[in-house]
Design a protein around this ligand. Structure first.
Ligand code: ZN
Length: 266
């Protein structure tokens, strides 16, 4: 099945080992995982359950925040992602530093840092993914807010780095189609995250919707991805206190039904 679950979707009631079992029971081939969730269950057990399941890792979350963490911790995460044979590792830039007001210089600093992280990632043998986050969280979570900016960074840096398109973060962008095509032309589309934007949204981090419950043109954006040459998985990533409170198996089954209906994936 060409659907991937990001563990964050069910993390409140399913630890990583439970999550892997739930994915395997549903015939899924790939998963997206988190370093902090690996640490909770122990890397040895996480790796052996993963290997026994025959599933592979799509996205590994994450390195960063790049504006605050030590370089040793960045390399440690990259090495752990390599041990899990992740397809790509997310870069979490973080927002502005304390009392920082110059967004331009913060962005230049992060661009330089990403260049250094890429040097390490190439040596370790993992690919990096930039996932632009919604402009509402520029101040505290990501100074990279648009696919346009992410594409430009990738172009400047060369191979080994690409972009992930998350509908929640990008749906509003009038350049969305053009920037997806630009990334596709460069062979740089590493992933496609789905969820939905609810009206009203009560909390920008923890009130994402299930696909189909909000206002995003999910079929339209999926078509843009396909037209740009993306033939990878649809990744379900829902950060939501409502869905976290529900039975993880039920949440996953609902999400799979929605994906089959919206994206004709099987
Ligand atoms: Zn995402």
């Amino acid at each position: 099945m060409n659907i991937v679950f990001n563990h964050a979707t069910v993390r409140e009631r399913a630890d990583m080992l439970t999550f892997l079992r739930l994915c395997s029971e549903r015939g899924l081939h790939t998963v997206s995982i988190w370093g902090d969730e690996i640490a909770k269950v122990g890397e040895k057990d996480a790796l052996s359950v993963l290997q026994d399941s025959g599933m592979t890792v799509s996205g590994y979350n994450r390195v960063g925040p790049l504006n605050a963490c030590s370089y040793d911790s960045v390399e440690a995460e990259l090495e752990r992602a390599a041990r899990f044979e992740a397809d790509h590792v997310f870069l979490f830039t973080g927002g502005l530093r304390d009392n920082e007001k110059n967004l331009g210089s913060a962005r230049r600093r992060i661009e330089d840092t990403i260049g250094k992280v890429l040097d390490s990632a190439r040596k370790i043998g993992v690919k990096l993914a930039i996932e632009p986050l919604h402009p509402m969280v520029t101040g505290d979570r990501s100074v990279i807010s648009t696919l346009s900016h992410a594409n430009s960074i990738c172009e400047a840096l060369g191979p080994g780095i690409g972009v992930v398109v998350d509908v929640y973060h990008c749906w509003w962008d009038e350049r969305l189609q053009a920037e997806i095509a630009r990334a596709g032309d460069a062979g740089r589309l590493f992933g496609f995250h789905v969820n939905d934007w609810l009206i009203p949204t009560r909390h920008v981090l923890t009130d994402r919707g299930m696909m189909g419950d909000g206002i995003i043109d999910l079929r339209g954006i999926h078509s843009m991805m396909r037209r740009a040459g993306y033939d990878g998985a649809v990744e379900v990533e829902i950060f939501s206190t409502d869905w976290w409170a529900r039975d993880p198996a039920e949440v996953m089954d609902i999400a799979i039904d929605r994906c089959v209906d919206l994206f004709s994936v099987d």
